[in-house]
Design a binder for this molecule. Structure first.
Ligand SMILES: [Zn+2]
Length: 290
């Protein structure tokens, strides 16, 4: 007499679909993405409004990440309990997201998706080729020196060329702020700071780059501009009246690194609060103090 083993019995009957552990993970990931995250995708499509290609890229990236995490657990005996846990977790979080509006709100998604720091490095007013630092149409002060050979120009022509670079930077900053201000779906801010100043013939000196101990004040005294949208001030709890009061305080480039971290509310031991110009101007307690 031969005893049939259970799997032999099953193979005689109707065939159940067989999934490899990885296949099972893939199906679960698709299910969780499609069914459990409707609110997440709705808010996401709102944040990415008009940039559907970026949104599709973001979805693909999150999907690959989810699949990568699941694939770690994709081996026999572990895969099923793990995927059951994923499905239950997905159910619970989507319930709270949909019913109670907690877990993830628009700001949180926007933070993750589009918080970005863009560095614009223009050559500004860096000499000696001042005339190359602005388009000809922006030549407001004339006649302007149009060569790097200063000895071929008068002092007034050199100063005119320099002043044109300042006027052009001014217009460029105004345009950039307008552009940021129009992004009503984003909370935006701009910090502008020069790296050094220039001499324009004072003490017989031109240009920049003299050793620090003998450099005139105009080489090391530079402007800084800060602009923040209303949304940015609200999101990061920044009091602009408090910041305006500090406008005349002497700052240095040393403040920049720590202030950028403070401005974006990034908690790290690298941030020295004494050098963070935003530290005294948060309207409420920082959320995460580390
Ligand atoms: Zn420079």
């Amino acid at each position: 007499m031969t005893l049939s083993r259970p799997d032999t019995l099953r193979s005689a009957g109707a065939k159940r679909p067989e999934f490899t552990p990885l296949g099972l993970s893939l199906v679960t990931a698709i299910f969780v993405f499609a069914v459990h995250n409707a609110t997440f995708w709705r808010i996401g499509s709102d944040v990415f409004a008009g940039h559907m290609l970026s949104f599709a890229g973001f979805i693909a990236a999150v999907f690959c990440l989810a699949l990568a995490v699941q694939s770690v657990f994709s081996f026999p005996y572990v895969v099923k309990p793990f995927l059951a846990f994923v499905l239950i977790l997905g159910d619970v979080t989507s319930y709270y997201m949909d019913q109670l509006g907690v877990i993830i709100d628009r700001d949180m998604i926007q933070n993750v998706m589009v918080t970005t720091v863009t560095v614009l490095h223009q050559i500004g007013s860096h000499g000696p080729t001042y005339y190359l630092r602005y388009p000809e149409a922006f030549e407001r002060f004339k006649p302007a020196c149009r060569t790097a050979e200063f000895k071929e120009c008068t002092a007034a022509e050199i100063t005119n060329a320099y002043d044109n670079t300042i006027a052009y930077t001014d217009a460029m900053l105004a345009r950039t702020i307008d552009l940021l201000d129009q992004k009503s779906n984003l909370n935006t801010a701009l910090i502008y700071v020069s790296d050094h100043g220039e001499s324009l013939g004072e003490f017989g000196l031109y240009l920049h780059g003299s050793p620090y101990f003998m450099a005139p004040a105009c080489h090391s005294t530079v402007p800084m501009v800060l602009w923040m949208s209303e949304g940015f001030k609200a999101q990061f709890n920044l009091d602009d009246a408090c910041l305006s009061q500090q406008a005349d305080v002497a700052l240095s480039h040393d403040n920049l690194f720590h202030s950028l971290l403070g401005m974006l509310d990034i908690s790290t031991r690298e941030r020295d609060p004494a050098l963070d110009i935003f530290a005294p101007c948060h309207t409420s307690q920082r959320v995460a103090q580390k």
